[in-house]
Design a binder for this molecule. Structure first.
Ligand code: SF4
Length: 355
């Protein structure tokens, strides 16, 4: 397969087949550069050379009764993370302001746990309303499993997107979690769609799944018309049940990003957690398939500094979607510690004045 063959197949057959997807992930059927060119064709068609920057906020950390084996916050994890109940509203709003000023286009509030109570939904709705009133930010919430009624309340409050990751394939799901099912996850996506919320749903690659599982995830997200797909590359956190990443080379990671772009051509494809660790020196090439990334690290793991990330975007010839110009953001940054590791409580709660 070459560039033209890939594009013709997508255009003439209205998408790739599972077999085509598997061929794209294999090292020898398609040259990486042809694959990246095909992915870039669709990336450029839908997003030009713009990169959307997202900043995550763990508004609550730890205390989760679920047992997702990849997760540092799960009940089975012994990872020494900082745990806290939901941050006060003033702290969340201060973080939203900082995210806006740091160039974020989208602000994502993430809750650990199975799913929210109706009271918690009301609190989240109030916060969403206040952020939308004050800042030109798209708001996304990752609340866990929600009902149709709860999704409708969030939509009425002005929420733009609801995040609920599939994480892995239906076939592999029981290997990564025993306390809820894949169909629980799908029903939350269905509730979000029914409420008219855009669906953000991502995957974690490198937990021992096969290439077929990866293709199945991309196909499933196509069925749900996911507007946004964070593609995470597994970061092993000491103490979490899954101990190591499996099968992730920089080239395979690039192929995975291209696969998600080619199966979901107009979706916002995000090179999410683990981009630094697993794409390594090929990281900037990921922007030819993905049009989005996270700044300031992930839920409990650090990423590279803001300066390095923004400079990479600029050096690769891309720009960002923000009210603040990219050059201004780069100039503003000071050199920071680029080490990997767990975030400290000050990094997780920079606006918590209680000490
Ligand atoms: S992924 Fe979410 S639901 Fe699963 S253990 Fe972690 S915080 Fe809990």
């Amino acid at each position: 397969m070459n560039l033209n063959h890939i594009i013709n197949t997508i255009e003439e057959q209205h998408g790739l087949s599972v077999e085509d997807g598997l061929r794209l992930l294999a090292p020898d059927a398609v040259d990486l550069i042809e694959l990246l060119s095909a992915a870039y064709f669709y990336r450029k068609t839908h997003y030009g050379r713009e990169v959307t920057v997202h900043i995550l906020n763990n508004v609550q950390n730890g205390f989760c009764p679920e047992d997702c084996r990849y997760c540092a916050q799960s009940r089975s994890s012994e990872a020494p993370i900082e745990t806290y109940a939901m941050k006060p509203e003033a702290e969340i709003l201060a973080e939203a302001k900082a995210a806006y000023e740091q160039g974020a286009h989208r602000y994502c509030m993430v809750f650990a746990g199975t799913g929210p109570s109706d009271n918690r939904i009301k609190t989240i709705c109030g916060i969403v309303r206040r952020i939308k009133e004050q800042y030109n930010l798209e708001v996304c919430v990752s609340p866990g499993i929600v009902t149709e009624g709860q999704a409708a309340e969030l939509k009425a409050a002005g929420l733009d997107r609801l995040n609920h990751n599939l994480n892995t394939s239906e076939r592999y799901y029981s290997r990564i979690c025993s306390t809820h099912t894949y169909s629980d996850r799908l029903s939350t996506l269905q509730a979000a769609k029914k409420a008219g919320l855009a669906v953000c749903s991502g995957v974690i690659v490198g937990m021992g799944e096969t290439p077929l599982d990866v293709v199945d995830m991309a196909m499933q997200l196509k069925k749900y018309h996911a507007a946004s797909i964070p593609v995470n590359f597994f970061i092993p956190i000491p103490g979490a049940a899954i101990k190591q990443a499996n099968g992730l080379t920089p080239e395979y990671c690039l192929r995975v990003l291209c696969l998600f772009r080619l199966i979901n051509p107009s979706a916002e494809i995000r090179m999410a957690a683990g981009r630094e660790m697993h794409l390594r020196s090929l990281e900037a090439m990921g922007l030819y398939a993905a049009n989005s990334l996270f700044l300031q690290g992930y839920l409990n793991a650090r990423g590279t500094s803001d300066k390095q990330t923004l400079q990479m975007i600029k050096d690769a010839g891309f720009t960002i979607k923000s009210d603040v110009p990219l050059d201004q953001l780069i100039d503003r940054q000071t050199e920071e510690d680029n080490g990997q590791g767990l975030k400290t409580v000050n990094e997780l709660r920079p606006f918590n004045n209680k000490g």
